[in-house]
Structure formats: structure tokens, C-alpha cells
Design a protein around this ligand. Sequence first.
Ligand code: KPL
Length: 302
Amino acid sequence: MHWHILGAGAIGLLWAAKLQKAGHQVTLILRTAEKLAQYNNTGCFQILDDTRAECFSTEAELADIDTPINHLLITTKSFAVTGAFASVQHRLRKTTRVLLLHNGMGPQQQLTEENPGLEIWAGSTTDGAYFDSPYRLVRAGIGETHIGRLSSCGSDTLFKELQGVDEQLHLSADIQSVLWRKLAINCAINPLTALFNCRNGELLKYDDRRAAMAQICKEVEEVANALGIILFDRKLMEQAWDVAELTGNNHSSMQQDVSHNRPTEIETITGYLCRIADEAGVATPANHLLLDAVREMSLSTR
Ligand code: KPL
């Protein structure tokens, strides 16, 4: 298969490497001529793990050319997904398959609704990697990736064709619930770490932070219940506590975005939760407060 990847961040490059190693052809789609020239200067990216560094010479191009795209993977920040999709829409065919692998919710549902004839998949991953210099990625942990088909058209053969790409890749028959579980954890941790400017584990150390987290979790559970979505087989607060503890030393993605003055994913995390809650008539005052607070702190993506 030939995969085009939009979003050359950590997850995009990890997937480029996995796909290439499994024998697929990969092309990165870069946003600007400047980025393309910068990438072509070295013409490759590196992935480092505990034992070795591997180099991947992956092709790269801009979105606005005309060659068709058969398999499209979007790994941009969630607020950039619909724009990224639009930038290559003229290159998609009836048979194109699209896989969306990003945080938050909203773009997956929007693109599926707006493109009923297209086979659209979504996924959620706990894979971890970070850049220690441009195009040099350090593998921080091997996680699991769950993918599932969102569109009613198409079939599940894509999953079979992706086997061999990642041993920790799983097919989900209910990808909406998988996305909700990730959303629930992100609602519980990300905005609070941004607000308190702290590491994930530091949410658990103070009474006021724990109380805020418990209230957020309670409201998220009420929304999920109203929609008939089963989150975890225990309280969300217990699950989120464990994630905060396990990733205790990490700075959440939202805390990092705020501290580097970058746009945050608040609109597709707490913003999505609040919008769905309002539509379902479920009160989420603590999440609304947090949404307003993080909007005030971060660059607008609305
Ligand atoms: O997914 C995360 C994020 O930072 O976006 C958590 C689970 C909070 C880990 O840091």
C-alpha cells in the first residue's frame, strides 16, 4: 500500500517508520515549501530507542499537487485535522481510505458525516515519542493502538492489511467507546495540568486539585451515561488517578502547549464534552469553568 501522512509530528513519523518497515510506501505531506526544503536538506528522519538509532528516508511533498491518494493517515493536532483533510480533498478517490489518529473528538465525527462515501477509520494510541531535535525522534514507550471503522461504507479489510505494521495494533468493533475513554482521561488530566501548570502526578498531591479532578470525572461520567457510553469497569476518577500516577513525571500535551504558547486541543477535549453535554441537557459546570479558563490561557483555535 502507498500511505500519505499528513502531520509529521511524533505519531506521524512513528507510523511512517512502522509502515515503511512493514514494506509499505510512505509519503509525508508537509505544510509549507519551507518545511519541505528543510526536510529535503536531510531527506530522512531518525528514530532512537534504548539500543539504536534508525534512519528512514521517506519521500515528502506538498498537499497541493494532483497525484491521487489511496491511503491517508492524519496525525495532526486535532484542531488542524479538518483543514489538513481539506488541503488534499482534491486528491482523494472513491476508494481512498482515511485513518485519523489524533487526540480529542469532533473532527472524526464531522469528517465521517460530511463524507458519507469515504471509508473513514479512527484510532487512539498510547504510543509515546518526543523530538530531541527536528526530525530526530526518541521513542518513549511502546503503547497500544486501537483502530476501528467509523463510516458505514467499506469493510474491515484495512485492519488485516495493516497487520505486520504494529504488533500492538488492535481492531475495535466499537471505536466510539475507545475514543470516549481516551477523551474522558484527557478531560480529567489535561486541562487541570494546564491550569495548575504542573506535571500529571502533581494533580494528586493537593486536596483542591484532587477535588477538581473528582468533580470533572463525575460530570464526564454523567454525560457518558446519558449517551449510553460505557467508559471503564470502575469509576473514572480511579482510572484517571492511575493514569496520572503512571505518567506522574510527564507534562501533559496541553500543559506543554500552554507553556510554549501554542494552540491547545481544549476545543476537541473539554470543548467537545461540554457541547455534547449541552445538547443532551446534562449540566457540566466544572468542565465549562475549565474550558473558559484554558481558552483564556491559550491561543484561540475556535
Ligand atoms: O494523553 C495524555 C496527554 O498528555 O495528552 C495523558 C494521558 C494525559 C498523558 O500525559
